[in-house]
Ligand binder design. Structure first.
Ligand code: ADP
Ligand code: MG
Length: 753
């Protein structure tokens, strides 16, 4: 079975060479019960360790079943220990946190013992060593004798041919020692049993052979009893634990060392938290829109504003509005997007002056509570929230109007459209040093008919939405000609009769040249009784009415526009204008939501314009920079997280050393134990991942009003990516910890512990 030929073993430490074994030649057969004696330091343990593959040897050769072992790899020795060796040591190497049953079972699991019979076998052996009543006791709670009996049960349960015992009774009283020796004898029948003892008498009646060592050499070797040799049977070649067994193994370790697990779990929670929030803010800062500085197309570029129109340029009906409003993540639907780009003027009662020329009119529904610096959101029609520019205070009463209506007016002259609003809240300034101030109105004000009318029609010098065309028939009876009046300003002059218009001299010049081939100056009164078809065109509709040009617009000559004006009364103008919702706004929380909703709205068949996505050059570059910057930060953060958790978990992992060495000594492979460490971490990380995600999901409505509203930046793929990164961290940590645990050979580790 085993054969040593001139085997030598030295220990070198600090230039001192100690002799463990000196050219030892021995042969052991299956069925023998061998007692090894010798005084302390004579090499007994060294011999056992070499025989059982726990320690290496230098010279000579050890044969196992006739096979040389000098070329054995780490895996070969692991396999040998797993399939051939059952150990009993003086210092009872048990996994303290495991129960009696678990200590025995784990040896069977590692060996790959028939699954269906594992438990029965373990119980049988535990009973045989007299511990049936202690099956579920923790190993740490047992007495020395009980511990040694568990070790015996573990060694015996394994289906292995060699049992080695190094002073198994060394720490036990005589009574208990006798039981242990009897047990050894009992199971020695078809095995090779090698027992080291300095008290040979205790095994005298069982031993078939006595070997005495002296100074690393065999001083005596004699057979004292006959034995029946047993033929060697085939042992299972190799066994690797299945993933399921490994997971169970890891799970048991976690359960059995709750303090260690909880601590690691807390660290994992911390990593998850840091990671979740930083990943959230990474997405928030790099994805989508984010252009709040304005562009050439829209005055009001908020990443909370999403413009929707229909491809067929018809107005939205109620069903469509309801459908759009019910899209997930849409906070509010503003029926008239025109309001968003409207400039308003404000007049402050207390301070008696008109404020900045450009104020943006926003719906209060685009604000979250967290946007407020102080005060509250408006709850009624004439309450307003203003941006914090230092000019306004809560409780101030202001009046606002579109265009220039209240410009230069005394407060008593302010027209009724300039309503009195009380300021109920102040918001953060969105763009620092912006020349515009944002006002946030309650929806009942924004949806009021007079507001919508006012927003579309304005008062004067306002042609953002309307183009004008006049069809004229030249006096020489040639075909009618359509004149496009670009850059035309309309204004309301209620002193005019219905369907009468006054036209600025530039338009009159154009018309005169079309009709008479004469410039206006040479044809001064050509417009008298001139009836024309005037068409007002928007992107969505055109309305044509016959109007009569009754003269030249000559008022307001101080205005830069006056030569390019068409004036009519309110009623006439309204007949050209369609107040149905053609262009609406969906209000969202931010650019990230905006991006998500764009696709959804497009899928529903609508046209979407996202002002925040119309980048100017500056924001394009800044977005690229922020992506690079935050990407870099994320990587740095990951590295920091990795090292911090490594340092924190290092000691925890070190406390696993002893258990892992025991697993190794009973044959667990390094590879499998590596996997166990990693699986333990993965289990804890997964658990913390689930806990954090559940908490945040559960909390989402709450999170909306407070700082951590990052979860919404997680999409399915994000969850996956975050989880993968966590797995990678556990893998890296696991590998590093394993390196530490396995840095020494099994026996060195064992003696160190
Ligand atoms: P025994 O078990 O018979 O008391 P050992 O086999 O433990 O003897 O030791 C044999 C010799 O080897 C002793 O001189 C001992 O000092 C030495 N020795 C054993 N283990 C080591 C070690 N790890 N490092 C250095 N010397 C050792
Ligand atoms: Mg010894």
């Amino acid at each position: 079975m085993l054969k040593l030929q001139n085997v030598s073993k030295y220990y070198k430490s600090n230039d001192i060479v100690a002799m463990g074994l000196r050219k030892v030649s021995l042969e052991f057969k299956l069925g023998e019960f061998i007692g090894i004696t010798g005084e302390s330091g004579s090499g007994k343990s060294t011999l056992l360790n070499v025989i059982s593959g726990l320690d290496t040897y230098e010279d000579g050769e050890l044969y196992i079943n006739g096979e040389e072992t000098s070329h054995f790899t780490l895996e070969d020795w692991e396999h040998y220990r797993r399939q051939y060796i059952g150990f009993v040591f003086q210092n009872y190497n048990l996994v303290d946190s495991y129960t009696v049953l678990e200590n025995v079972l784990i040896a069977l699991t590692i060996q790959g013992y028939d699954k269906s019979r594992r438990k029965a076998r373990a119980l049988e052996l535990i009973e045989r060593v007299g511990l049936a009543s202690h099956i579920n006791h923790k190993a740490s709670k047992l007495s020395g004798g009980q511990k040694q009996r568990v070790v015996m049960a573990r060694a015996l349960a394994k289906d292995c041919p060699i049992i080695v015992a190094d002073e198994p009774t060394g720490n036990l009283d005589t009574g208990t020692s006798k039981q242990i020796i009897d047990l050894l004898k009992e199971i020695s029948k078809d095995k090779l049993v090698i027992v080291v003892t300095h008290n040979f008498d205790e095994i005298k009646e069982h031993a078939t052979r006595k070997i005495r060592l002296f100074d690393g050499e065999v001083a005596e070797d004699k057979q004292i009893k006959s034995y029946s040799e047993v033929t060697t049977k085939e042992y299972q070649t190799n066994y690797n634990l299945s993933l399921f067994e490994l997971t169970k193994f890891s799970f048991r370790n976690l359960i059995r060392t709750p303090r260690r697990s909880i601590f690691t779990f807390i660290v994992a929670l911390f990593i998850m938290l840091v990671f979740t929030f930083s990943f959230g803010s990474f997405s928030k800062n790099t994805e989508g829109g984010g252009n709040i500085y304005g562009n050439n197309v829209f005055e009001n570029v908020s990443d909370r504003r999403l413009i929707v129109t229909k491809y067929d340029a018809t107005p939205f009906d109620t069903v469509e509005l309801t459908e759009l409003n019910s899209i997930n993540r849409v906070n509010y639907l503003l029926k008239h997007d025109v309001i968003m780009d409207k400039n308003i003027y404000s007049y402050d009662d207390q301070r008696n002056r008109v404020y900045s020329v450009y104020n943006l009119m926003n719906p209060a529904d685009m604000l979250n509570k967290s946007d407020l610096v102080s005060g509250r959101l408006p709850t009624s029609k004439y309450e307003v929230v203003v941006e914090d520019i230092g000019d306004y205070a809560i409780g101030d009463s202001i009046q606002v109007g579109f265009d220039e209506v209240i410009w230069g007016l005394e407060s008593s002259e302010i027209p009724p459209t300039a309503e009195r609003f009380s300021i109920v809240g102040i918001t953060k300034q969105i763009v620092v040093n912006d020349y515009r101030t944002r006002f946030y109105f309650h929806q009942s004000f924004l949806n009021a008919e007079e507001t919508i009318r006012e927003a579309y029609l304005g008062r004067r010098y306002e042609n953002q939405y309307f183009n004008f065309e006049i069809e004229v028939t030249p006096k020489d009876d040639s075909e009618p000609v359509t004149i496009q009046l670009y850059d035309m300003n309309f204004l309301i002059d209620d002193s005019l009769e219905s369907n009468q218009v006054l036209v600025g001299y530039q338009q009159l010049d154009q018309l005169s040249q079309m009709m008479y081939k004469l410039p206006y100056e040479e044809n001064e009164d050509f417009y008298l009784d001139l009836n024309i078809d005037l068409t007002v065109t928007t992107s969505f509709y055109d309305n044509t009415h016959a109007v009569e040009i009754i003269g030249e617009y000559t008022q307001d000559e101080s205005s830069e526009y006056f030569g390019n004006v068409i004036a009519m009364n309110q009623t006439t103008f309204e007949s050209f204008v369609d107040l149905r919702p053609y262009q609406i706004t969906l209000l969202v929380d931010d650019a990230y939501d905006g991006e998500l909703i764009i696709d959804e709205v497009k899928d529903e068949g609508y046209n979407v314009i996202y002002p925040a996505n119309i980048l100017n050059q500056f924001s394009e570059i800044s977005q690229l920079i922020s992506t690079i910057f935050f990407g870099f930060l994320m990587v740095i953060l990951l590295i920091i997280i990795y090292f911090i958790s490594y340092v924190i978990l290092k000691n925890i992992q070190r406390s696993k050393r002893k258990d892992f060495i025991i697993f190794r000594s009973i044959g667990a492979s390094k590879k499998d134990l590596n996997k166990v460490t990693i699986l333990e971490l993965i289990l804890l990380f997964t658990f913390s991942y689930i806990v954090i995600m559940a908490l945040l999901l559960f909390n989402e409505s709450l999170a909306k009003t407070s700082v951590p509203q990052y979860l919404k930046y997680y999409q399915f793929s994000t969850y996956f990516v975050v989880y993968s990164i966590l797995l990678i961290i556990s893998l890296l940590l696991g590998y590093r910890f394993n390196k530490k645990v396995f840095s020494d050979s099994v026996i060195t580790s064992l003696t160190k512990e």
